[in-house]
Design a protein around this ligand. Structure first.
Ligand SMILES: NC(=O)c1ccc[n+]([C@@H]2O[C@H](COP(=O)([O-])OP(=O)(O)OC[C@H]3O[C@@H](n4cnc5c(N)ncnc54)[C@H](O)[C@@H]3O)[C@@H](O)[C@H]2O)c1
Length: 247
């Protein structure tokens, strides 16, 4: 029960990796804010947590909008009086080769993946500074190293590393740790429903030293480490959850 009495916000926690992170935080005692662009999955996840005996509120919103990011943080303060942990997990993909990439596809991915993390960190860190305690974990991706067809996403996820390093330097004196988790390919429902799922899975296995595809729980375990006081002297760092695959 590493998070007894702690309050956590996980963005994009209506499904996928974010949902796994928030469920694990609840399992170890955290009070949480489920937040997602999708109001339905946001409320469903919060309801599941409540029915399981956990404590959760649902605040739907778009992390790329300043007003929504502020609202997510303020609703958390109204409900619990503090914020100990922020996980910037919300993300989108709009893949294509550079010549086919529309300006909107570039903007969308940068806005959600990078600006969203900036906005939520900006509003949450103000309270963390007051408390002299906080953990910010930003979800990057192995793609920050570069991926063909993902110039927007790779740039956003590399930006997340810069954001993490900068915030760790700004906020360290306030006892706030800022770290990043960079997952490789993870088996979410979106991937399971992909028409080429079996083929992707086989290729991934072949290219990964630990011969399997990653699971949402693998990412959640790394996030919980950074969110815990076991990682109290680690900041500005990147934990790769990619089965040993980097290139
Ligand atoms: N799945 C993978 O293989 C993988 C690999 C590396 C990194 N990641 C990263 O992990 C994170 C979670 O990915 P996932 O696979 O669980 O994705 P997912 O699509 O299953 O879940 C993402 C969630 O974010 C929400 N979201 C989208 N735009 C939003 C916005 N503007 N404001 C608030 N919420 C928004 C979605 O509604 C969704 O619930 C993302 O940052 C992603 O880039 C995923």
């Amino acid at each position: 029960m590493r998070f007894q009495g702690k309050v956590a916000i996980v963005t994009g926690s209506g499904k996928g990796i974010g949902k796994s992170i928030i469920q694990k935080l609840v399992h170890e005692g955290a009070f949480v804010t489920v937040t997602d662009l999708n109001k339905e999955t946001c409320e469903e996840t919060a309801m599941e947590i409540l029915q399981g005996g956990g404590k959760a509120i649902a605040v739907a919103g778009d992390v790329s909008k300043g007003e929504d990011a502020r609202n997510i943080v303020e609703k958390t303060i109204e409900a619990y009086g503090k914020i100990d942990i922020l996980v910037n997990n919300a993300g989108v993909l709009k893949d294509s080769r550079i010549n086919d990439m529309e300006e909107d596809d570039w903007d969308k991915v940068i806005d959600v993946c990078l600006k969203g993390a900036f906005l939520c960190s900006k509003y949450a860190s103000a309270y963390m500074v007051e408390q002299n305690y906080g953990k910010i974990i930003n979800i990057s991706s192995r793609a920050y190293l570069g991926n063909p067809g993902q110039a927007n996403y790779s740039s956003a996820k590399a930006g997340i590393i810069g954001l993490t390093r900068s915030l760790s330097k700004e906020l360290g004196k306030n006892n706030i740790n800022v770290n990043s988790v960079a997952p490789g390919l993870i088996e979410t429902d979106a991937l399971k429903n992909h028409p080429k799922y079996e083929k992707i899975k086989e290729l991934q296995k072949k290219d990964t030293p630990i011969r399997r595809i990653g699971l949402p729980e693998d990412v959640a375990n790394a996030v919980l480490f950074f969110a815990s006081d076991d990682a109290a002297y680690i900041s500005g760092d990147i934990l790769h959850v990619s089965g040993g695959r980097f290139g």
